[in-house]
Design a protein around this ligand. Structure first.
Ligand code: FAD
Length: 481
């Protein structure tokens, strides 16, 4: 059953997960903490949208089990129309935050859905593991749970030959098991929104598989005993003023290191355990990445639309549209937008059913998009900076407009067709996307959120079907003129 925004906030507050911010263990309600208040409200808005009668049909479907409305993000697509349903819903949610919430609930709910539809894979050696992922998915769907996830070990030593040999565990590993479950000790990085989701999905991290203790996959409630989220410094900037921090005050998601201090993960939450075969099949056979990319590319399109809107607004504010290089720069944004839209459309048009009956978008254009966007996004940000010039630096605060100095600001910071206050609000918005700590993190997010761009490119190169093209070259070379 879909929950309301208030239900979401109450549920996360009640968890009382162990969250550390600025060296302090969180006490009181996480939803009232300055580092989390804004993002939790923005997420709450998404849950409320699901219950809005005008949007309900776009954002929910009837659960086949309980016949209650549940979130679109848990829906298993079986036809191309189902993919269109998913696309429209994802787009609607992304537009509510301009694509700035990388971890809106649909991201990992989609991941859980695809794991569950492939549950037979996890049952290969022991049926219970497949059952566990299915049961956890069904529970999450019926209770509208939200997840964060982690699939990376701490960045201590990334050398190819590195094998962890320290006395104290660094990368999280299984150190024991008993009748109740498995015991995990060590750390994972990083979990965006760590501590403000119901559960965390933990996937095999790669690298260390020479030892079975590193081969596991499970979900665990964020308030499990011994689970700690150590947050970075907040990038909200000014949580009291949406004028000063238009984006940070609403959409700062927070990132955290996840520490497992002897965390007992109940067996019923474990879906992958000490089975290297399944890990290999998981990466090659389960369409986990493809479905996550289907969601992510929509978010990126919405974000690019936002950037285009910002660019045009700057141009109007200071009247620079007549210059060819300005038009050329905005055309770069338009081209990026159309490329991303085309790639997404192509993935949907060429979708095919997988062996478990799920309609899977064509992975190739989606992988092309995740190759392209981390490279073009920094350029889009640079274009906004080049259009804005000093306007992105001369940004008086909200209080300046309430002070006796206002009359000067009103005169000297007005726009070609706008009052100074409106012009400063616009430029602050652009600054928060491309120059504040919040904005710089957004750029870093687009570069890395799906993995290291270099290794993603290697994956695309190695997996892309190229034979047909080399064949054509060979045929031509054989031709006798
Ligand atoms: C803002 C942000 C949010 C994120 N949120 C999440 C999240 O919610 N959940 C999650 O699980 N992860 C998250 N990530 C982590 C993300 O998955 C990783 O950043 C990404 O996989 C790269 O890993 P790394 O950061 O450890 O970089 P590294 O792997 O340490 O890479 C550092 C540099 O070394 C190079 N390098 C390292 N090893 C190799 C190699 N074997 N071959 C070639 N080059 C190599 C890389 O190319 C890069 O230049 C997030 C990251 C960011 C920046």
């Amino acid at each position: 059953m879909t929950i309301s925004g208030k239900d979401f906030i109450n549920r996360i507050d009640h968890l009382k997960s162990e969250i550390w911010v600025d060296g302090q263990k969180m006490v009181g309600k996480v939803s009232e903490h300055p580092a989390f208040r804004g993002v939790m409200r923005s997420k709450a808005q998404l849950f409320d949208m699901q219950n809005d009668p005008a949007l309900r049909d776009v954002l929910t479907f009837i659960s086949p089990k309980t016949e209650k409305r549940v979130s679109f993000s848990y829906h298993q697509p079986k036809t191309k129309d189902d993919l269109l349903f998913r696309k429209k819903a994802t787009e609607l949610w992304a537009r509510a935050n301009f694509g700035l919430l990388g971890r809106s609930p649909d991201y990992l709910n989609t991941g859980l859905m695809i794991l569950a539809t492939s549950h037979n894979l996890f049952s290969a050696k022991d049926k219970k593991f497949g059952d566990h992922i299915l049961q956890n998915y069904e529970y999450a769907m019926e209770h509208d749970l939200t997840f964060t996830h982690t699939f990376i070990n701490p960045q201590v030593n990334r050398s190819i030959s590195y094998l962890e040999g320290s006395e104290e565990n660094i990368a999280a590993k299984v150190i024991g098991e008993n009748r109740e479950g498995i015991i995990i000790q060590g750390a994972r990085l990083l979990a965006t929104q760590g501590g403000i989701t119901d559960e965390i999905l933990v996937l095999p991290a790669g690298g260390n598989f020479i030892e079975e203790a590193y081969i596991y996959g499970f979900t665990v409630p964020s308030n499990a005993k011994g689970l700690k989220f150590i947050c970075r410094g907040s990038f909200v900037n000014d949580e009291d003023s949406s004028f000063n921090s238009p984006l940070g005050s609403r959409f700062e998601e927070m990132d955290s290191i996840v520490v497992f201090d002897h965390v007992l993960v109940p067996w019923e939450k474990v879906f992958l355990y000490k089975d290297l075969n399944i890990v290999h099949r998981f990466y090659s056979g389960v369409n986990f990445n493809t479905m996550l990319l289907f969601q992510s590319v929509i978010r990126m399109i919405v974000k690019t639309e936002f950037i285009l809107g910002l660019a045009e607004s700057i141009i109007k504010a200071i009247n620079i549209s007549e210059y060819q290089h300005i038009q050329d720069k905005v055309t770069e944004i338009i081209a990026a937008l159309e490329i991303m839209k085309g790639l997404h459309l192509s993935s949907r048009m060429n979708a095919e059913l997988d062996e478990w009956g799920t309609m899977i978008p064509d992975a190739k254009p989606l992988h092309a998009a995740i190759h392209y966007y981390p490279r073009v996004y920094p350029r889009l940000v640079e274009i906004l900076q080049l259009l804005g010039g000093s306007g992105l630096i001369l940004l008086p605060t909200e209080k300046s407009f309430e002070s006796p100095i206002r009359k000067y600001i009103d005169t000297y910071l007005q726009g070609s067709n706008s009052a100074a206050e409106d012009r400063v609000m616009l430029f602050r918005l652009v600054w928060d996307l491309c120059m504040s700590a919040f904005g710089t993190r957004q750029t870093h997010y687009e570069r890395f959120f799906f993995g290291d761009p270099v290794r993603l490119a290697m994956g695309l190169y190695n997996g892309y079907p190229k034979k047909e093209y080399t064949n054509r070259v060979e045929e031509f070379l054989k031709e006798d003129v």
